[in-house]
Design a protein around this ligand. Structure first.
Ligand SMILES: NC(=O)c1ccc[n+]([C@@H]2O[C@H](COP(=O)([O-])OP(=O)(O)OC[C@H]3O[C@@H](n4cnc5c(N)ncnc54)[C@H](OP(=O)(O)O)[C@@H]3O)[C@@H](O)[C@H]2O)c1
Length: 285
Protein backbone atom coordinates (compact mmCIF):
# COMPACT_ATOMS: atom_id res chain seq x y z
CA UNK A 1 0.00 0.00 0.00
CA UNK A 2 1.25 3.50 -0.87
CA UNK A 3 0.45 6.05 1.86
CA UNK A 4 0.88 9.80 1.35
CA UNK A 5 1.42 12.26 4.21
CA UNK A 6 1.03 15.96 3.50
CA UNK A 7 2.73 18.65 5.61
CA UNK A 8 5.49 16.06 5.95
CA UNK A 9 8.21 18.60 6.76
CA UNK A 10 6.17 20.00 9.69
CA UNK A 11 5.93 18.87 13.31
CA UNK A 12 2.86 16.69 12.91
CA UNK A 13 3.67 15.40 9.42
CA UNK A 14 7.20 14.36 10.41
CA UNK A 15 5.81 12.48 13.39
CA UNK A 16 3.21 10.69 11.25
CA UNK A 17 5.87 9.63 8.72
CA UNK A 18 8.06 8.34 11.54
CA UNK A 19 5.14 6.40 13.10
CA UNK A 20 4.27 4.85 9.73
CA UNK A 21 7.87 3.80 9.11
CA UNK A 22 8.04 2.12 12.52
CA UNK A 23 4.96 0.01 11.85
CA UNK A 24 5.20 -3.29 10.04
CA UNK A 25 3.19 -3.89 6.91
CA UNK A 26 5.52 -3.29 3.99
CA UNK A 27 3.74 -0.11 2.95
CA UNK A 28 5.47 2.66 1.03
CA UNK A 29 5.41 6.12 2.63
CA UNK A 30 5.30 9.24 0.44
CA UNK A 31 6.19 12.49 2.24
CA UNK A 32 4.59 15.51 0.55
CA UNK A 33 5.76 19.09 1.13
CA UNK A 34 6.83 22.25 -0.69
CA UNK A 35 10.35 21.46 0.56
CA UNK A 36 11.02 17.81 -0.37
CA UNK A 37 14.74 18.39 0.18
CA UNK A 38 14.06 18.45 3.94
CA UNK A 39 12.76 14.87 3.95
CA UNK A 40 15.26 12.28 5.15
CA UNK A 41 15.03 8.57 5.89
CA UNK A 42 13.23 5.94 3.90
CA UNK A 43 10.12 7.94 2.98
CA UNK A 44 9.85 8.93 -0.67
CA UNK A 45 9.69 12.77 -0.96
CA UNK A 46 7.39 14.59 -3.39
CA UNK A 47 6.67 18.26 -4.03
CA UNK A 48 3.11 19.48 -3.45
CA UNK A 49 1.73 22.98 -2.80
CA UNK A 50 -1.91 23.48 -1.78
CA UNK A 51 -1.80 26.93 -3.36
CA UNK A 52 -0.72 25.44 -6.72
CA UNK A 53 -3.33 22.68 -7.18
CA UNK A 54 -1.69 21.62 -10.47
CA UNK A 55 1.31 20.41 -8.41
CA UNK A 56 -0.95 18.11 -6.39
CA UNK A 57 -1.84 15.84 -9.34
CA UNK A 58 1.72 14.53 -9.42
CA UNK A 59 2.08 14.62 -5.64
CA UNK A 60 -0.95 12.38 -5.12
CA UNK A 61 -0.54 10.09 -8.14
CA UNK A 62 -0.74 6.38 -7.33
CA UNK A 63 -1.52 6.81 -3.62
CA UNK A 64 -3.88 4.38 -1.94
CA UNK A 65 -4.34 6.53 1.13
CA UNK A 66 -3.53 10.16 1.92
CA UNK A 67 -3.42 12.30 5.06
CA UNK A 68 -4.38 15.93 4.42
CA UNK A 69 -3.27 18.55 6.98
CA UNK A 70 -3.40 22.25 6.12
CA UNK A 71 -2.09 25.18 8.15
CA UNK A 72 -2.72 28.60 6.52
CA UNK A 73 -3.78 30.99 9.31
CA UNK A 74 -5.43 33.60 7.04
CA UNK A 75 -9.27 33.47 7.15
CA UNK A 76 -10.62 31.76 4.04
CA UNK A 77 -7.28 30.52 2.74
CA UNK A 78 -7.16 27.33 4.71
CA UNK A 79 -10.70 26.36 3.72
CA UNK A 80 -9.75 26.86 0.07
CA UNK A 81 -6.63 24.72 0.57
CA UNK A 82 -8.74 21.94 2.09
CA UNK A 83 -11.07 21.94 -0.91
CA UNK A 84 -8.18 22.09 -3.41
CA UNK A 85 -6.35 19.20 -1.74
CA UNK A 86 -9.46 17.01 -1.50
CA UNK A 87 -10.42 17.70 -5.13
CA UNK A 88 -6.88 16.91 -6.32
CA UNK A 89 -6.79 13.68 -4.31
CA UNK A 90 -10.14 12.51 -5.67
CA UNK A 91 -9.06 13.38 -9.21
CA UNK A 92 -5.75 11.53 -8.74
CA UNK A 93 -7.68 8.41 -7.73
CA UNK A 94 -6.65 8.26 -4.06
CA UNK A 95 -8.85 5.55 -2.60
CA UNK A 96 -9.12 6.73 1.00
CA UNK A 97 -8.54 10.27 2.33
CA UNK A 98 -7.86 10.96 6.01
CA UNK A 99 -8.52 14.57 6.97
CA UNK A 100 -7.06 16.34 10.02
CA UNK A 101 -9.67 18.46 11.72
CA UNK A 102 -10.32 19.88 15.18
CA UNK A 103 -12.56 18.81 18.07
CA UNK A 104 -15.86 20.64 18.23
CA UNK A 105 -16.05 21.28 14.49
CA UNK A 106 -19.53 22.51 13.57
CA UNK A 107 -21.20 24.82 11.07
CA UNK A 108 -19.32 28.13 11.19
CA UNK A 109 -18.60 30.82 8.67
CA UNK A 110 -15.33 32.68 7.98
CA UNK A 111 -13.57 34.27 9.75
CA UNK A 112 -14.53 31.95 12.65
CA UNK A 113 -11.64 29.72 13.77
CA UNK A 114 -13.42 26.48 12.88
CA UNK A 115 -14.84 27.50 9.50
CA UNK A 116 -12.02 25.92 7.46
CA UNK A 117 -12.43 22.60 9.28
CA UNK A 118 -16.19 22.66 8.70
CA UNK A 119 -15.71 23.40 5.00
CA UNK A 120 -13.08 20.68 4.68
CA UNK A 121 -15.12 18.04 6.50
CA UNK A 122 -18.25 18.73 4.46
CA UNK A 123 -16.35 18.71 1.17
CA UNK A 124 -14.54 15.51 2.10
CA UNK A 125 -17.75 13.67 2.95
CA UNK A 126 -19.36 14.81 -0.30
CA UNK A 127 -16.42 14.14 -2.61
CA UNK A 128 -14.15 11.35 -1.34
CA UNK A 129 -14.70 7.70 -2.31
CA UNK A 130 -13.73 6.72 1.26
CA UNK A 131 -12.83 9.06 4.10
CA UNK A 132 -11.95 9.31 7.76
CA UNK A 133 -11.86 12.48 9.86
CA UNK A 134 -9.45 12.80 12.78
CA UNK A 135 -10.34 15.74 15.01
CA UNK A 136 -7.54 16.78 17.34
CA UNK A 137 -7.89 18.33 20.73
CA UNK A 138 -5.75 21.27 21.85
CA UNK A 139 -2.05 20.39 21.65
CA UNK A 140 -0.28 19.94 24.97
CA UNK A 141 2.69 21.60 23.24
CA UNK A 142 0.55 24.65 22.50
CA UNK A 143 -0.41 24.82 26.18
CA UNK A 144 3.31 24.78 27.05
CA UNK A 145 3.57 28.14 25.26
CA UNK A 146 0.62 29.48 27.29
CA UNK A 147 2.27 28.18 30.48
CA UNK A 148 5.56 29.87 29.65
CA UNK A 149 3.80 33.19 29.03
CA UNK A 150 1.77 32.76 32.23
CA UNK A 151 4.92 32.10 34.27
CA UNK A 152 6.25 35.49 33.20
CA UNK A 153 3.11 37.17 34.53
CA UNK A 154 2.34 34.95 37.53
CA UNK A 155 -1.18 34.50 36.14
CA UNK A 156 -2.85 32.08 33.76
CA UNK A 157 -5.84 33.88 32.24
CA UNK A 158 -9.01 32.59 30.59
CA UNK A 159 -12.44 33.88 29.63
CA UNK A 160 -14.06 31.37 32.01
CA UNK A 161 -13.09 28.74 34.56
CA UNK A 162 -13.13 26.16 31.78
CA UNK A 163 -12.22 22.52 31.57
CA UNK A 164 -10.09 21.24 28.71
CA UNK A 165 -8.23 18.14 27.60
CA UNK A 166 -4.79 18.39 26.00
CA UNK A 167 -3.27 15.92 23.61
CA UNK A 168 0.43 15.43 22.87
CA UNK A 169 1.20 16.01 19.19
CA UNK A 170 3.02 12.66 18.92
CA UNK A 171 -0.13 10.92 20.17
CA UNK A 172 -2.13 12.61 17.40
CA UNK A 173 0.49 11.35 14.94
CA UNK A 174 0.29 7.78 16.26
CA UNK A 175 -3.50 7.90 15.93
CA UNK A 176 -3.31 9.18 12.35
CA UNK A 177 -0.80 6.46 11.49
CA UNK A 178 -3.06 3.80 13.01
CA UNK A 179 -5.94 4.99 10.84
CA UNK A 180 -3.78 5.20 7.70
CA UNK A 181 -2.55 1.62 7.92
CA UNK A 182 -5.68 0.15 9.52
CA UNK A 183 -8.94 -1.12 8.09
CA UNK A 184 -12.53 -0.45 9.03
CA UNK A 185 -12.15 3.31 9.47
CA UNK A 186 -14.05 4.52 6.39
CA UNK A 187 -16.82 6.94 7.33
CA UNK A 188 -15.56 7.38 10.91
CA UNK A 189 -15.01 10.64 12.78
CA UNK A 190 -12.49 10.19 15.59
CA UNK A 191 -11.29 12.57 18.30
CA UNK A 192 -7.65 12.42 19.41
CA UNK A 193 -7.59 13.58 23.03
CA UNK A 194 -5.45 13.32 26.11
CA UNK A 195 -6.36 11.13 29.08
CA UNK A 196 -8.26 13.60 31.26
CA UNK A 197 -9.76 17.06 31.66
CA UNK A 198 -8.29 19.83 33.75
CA UNK A 199 -9.91 23.06 34.90
CA UNK A 200 -8.12 26.41 34.59
CA UNK A 201 -7.26 26.35 38.30
CA UNK A 202 -5.96 22.78 37.99
CA UNK A 203 -3.78 23.79 35.04
CA UNK A 204 -2.35 26.70 37.00
CA UNK A 205 -1.78 24.36 39.96
CA UNK A 206 0.07 21.92 37.72
CA UNK A 207 2.42 24.64 36.41
CA UNK A 208 3.07 25.79 39.99
CA UNK A 209 3.72 22.23 41.16
CA UNK A 210 6.16 21.51 38.32
CA UNK A 211 8.07 24.78 38.49
CA UNK A 212 7.76 25.58 42.20
CA UNK A 213 6.62 29.08 41.24
CA UNK A 214 3.26 30.46 42.41
CA UNK A 215 0.72 30.97 39.65
CA UNK A 216 -3.00 31.70 39.79
CA UNK A 217 -5.82 31.20 37.30
CA UNK A 218 -7.80 34.37 36.64
CA UNK A 219 -11.02 34.84 34.68
CA UNK A 220 -10.81 38.01 32.58
CA UNK A 221 -13.18 39.74 30.16
CA UNK A 222 -12.57 39.59 26.41
CA UNK A 223 -11.67 43.28 26.51
CA UNK A 224 -9.06 42.65 29.23
CA UNK A 225 -7.66 39.68 27.33
CA UNK A 226 -7.33 41.68 24.10
CA UNK A 227 -5.70 44.60 25.95
CA UNK A 228 -3.20 42.27 27.65
CA UNK A 229 -2.24 40.55 24.40
CA UNK A 230 -1.87 43.86 22.59
CA UNK A 231 0.27 45.20 25.43
CA UNK A 232 2.45 42.07 25.15
CA UNK A 233 3.16 43.10 21.54
CA UNK A 234 0.97 40.68 19.56
CA UNK A 235 -0.23 41.96 16.17
CA UNK A 236 -4.00 42.38 15.66
CA UNK A 237 -4.36 39.13 13.66
CA UNK A 238 -2.68 37.10 16.40
CA UNK A 239 -4.81 38.80 19.08
CA UNK A 240 -7.93 37.70 17.16
CA UNK A 241 -6.66 34.12 16.87
CA UNK A 242 -5.74 33.82 20.57
CA UNK A 243 -9.03 35.43 21.64
CA UNK A 244 -10.94 33.03 19.36
CA UNK A 245 -9.12 30.07 20.92
CA UNK A 246 -9.88 31.32 24.44
CA UNK A 247 -13.55 31.76 23.49
CA UNK A 248 -13.54 28.10 22.37
CA UNK A 249 -12.03 27.10 25.73
CA UNK A 250 -14.77 29.06 27.52
CA UNK A 251 -17.45 27.39 25.39
CA UNK A 252 -16.18 23.93 26.40
CA UNK A 253 -15.00 22.99 22.89
CA UNK A 254 -11.89 21.22 24.21
CA UNK A 255 -13.70 19.42 27.03
CA UNK A 256 -13.83 16.02 25.36
CA UNK A 257 -12.08 12.79 26.34
CA UNK A 258 -12.09 9.69 24.16
CA UNK A 259 -10.21 6.40 23.99
CA UNK A 260 -9.33 6.95 20.32
CA UNK A 261 -5.57 7.55 20.82
CA UNK A 262 -5.06 4.31 22.70
CA UNK A 263 -7.36 2.27 20.44
CA UNK A 264 -6.02 3.59 17.12
CA UNK A 265 -2.53 4.79 18.06
CA UNK A 266 -1.68 1.71 20.09
CA UNK A 267 -0.58 3.42 23.30
CA UNK A 268 -2.18 5.38 26.12
CA UNK A 269 -2.16 9.14 25.58
CA UNK A 270 0.43 11.15 27.49
CA UNK A 271 -0.88 13.26 30.38
CA UNK A 272 -0.40 17.04 30.12
CA UNK A 273 1.80 16.84 33.22
CA UNK A 274 4.45 14.81 31.35
CA UNK A 275 4.62 17.17 28.36
CA UNK A 276 4.71 20.23 30.63
CA UNK A 277 7.34 18.76 32.93
CA UNK A 278 9.60 17.80 30.02
CA UNK A 279 9.21 21.19 28.33
CA UNK A 280 9.72 23.20 31.48
CA UNK A 281 12.79 21.02 32.16
CA UNK A 282 11.62 19.67 35.48
CA UNK A 283 11.09 16.06 36.44
CA UNK A 284 7.49 14.91 36.66
CA UNK A 285 8.44 12.26 39.23
N1 LIG B 1 -4.72 21.45 18.10
C1 LIG B 1 -3.84 22.41 18.35
O1 LIG B 1 -3.72 22.90 19.47
C2 LIG B 1 -2.94 22.87 17.26
C3 LIG B 1 -1.89 23.74 17.54
C4 LIG B 1 -1.03 24.08 16.48
C5 LIG B 1 -1.26 23.57 15.22
N2 LIG B 1 -2.31 22.76 15.00
C6 LIG B 1 -2.59 22.17 13.68
O2 LIG B 1 -1.82 20.99 13.56
C7 LIG B 1 -1.51 20.76 12.20
C8 LIG B 1 -0.05 20.52 12.04
O3 LIG B 1 0.67 21.59 12.59
P1 LIG B 1 2.25 21.57 12.67
O4 LIG B 1 2.63 22.12 14.00
O5 LIG B 1 2.77 20.25 12.25
O6 LIG B 1 2.58 22.67 11.57
P2 LIG B 1 4.00 23.05 10.98
O7 LIG B 1 5.08 22.44 11.76
O8 LIG B 1 3.98 24.52 10.79
O9 LIG B 1 3.99 22.33 9.56
C9 LIG B 1 3.21 22.80 8.53
C10 LIG B 1 3.41 21.91 7.32
O10 LIG B 1 2.53 22.32 6.26
C11 LIG B 1 3.31 22.49 5.09
N3 LIG B 1 2.73 23.55 4.28
C12 LIG B 1 2.57 24.84 4.62
N4 LIG B 1 1.99 25.52 3.60
C13 LIG B 1 1.79 24.62 2.61
C14 LIG B 1 1.26 24.71 1.30
N5 LIG B 1 0.82 25.86 0.79
N6 LIG B 1 1.21 23.59 0.55
C15 LIG B 1 1.67 22.42 1.04
N7 LIG B 1 2.20 22.27 2.26
C16 LIG B 1 2.26 23.37 3.04
C17 LIG B 1 4.69 22.82 5.58
O11 LIG B 1 5.68 22.34 4.71
P3 LIG B 1 6.49 23.17 3.64
O12 LIG B 1 6.59 24.60 4.13
O13 LIG B 1 7.77 22.44 3.59
O14 LIG B 1 5.64 22.99 2.45
C18 LIG B 1 4.80 21.94 6.81
O15 LIG B 1 5.16 20.63 6.46
C19 LIG B 1 -2.04 21.97 11.45
O16 LIG B 1 -3.28 21.63 10.91
C20 LIG B 1 -2.20 23.02 12.53
O17 LIG B 1 -3.19 23.96 12.23
C21 LIG B 1 -3.14 22.38 16.00
Amino acid sequence: MKIGVSGASGHLGRAVVSELLQRAGGHEVVAITRTPETISGSAHARFGDYDRPESLAEAYAGLDRLLITTVAPEPGKRGAQNVAAIDAAVKAGVKHIVFMSAVGTRQEEEPARGASYWRGERHLIAAAPAWTILRMNFYAEAFVQQAQAALGQGVLAGLAENRAVFVARDDVAATAAGILIGDGHAGAIYNATGPGRLSGAERAGLIAEITGRPIAFRVVTEQQLRAGLTQAGLPAGAVNIVTGIQASFAAGTFDIVTGDVERLGGRPPKPLRDVLAAALKFSSA
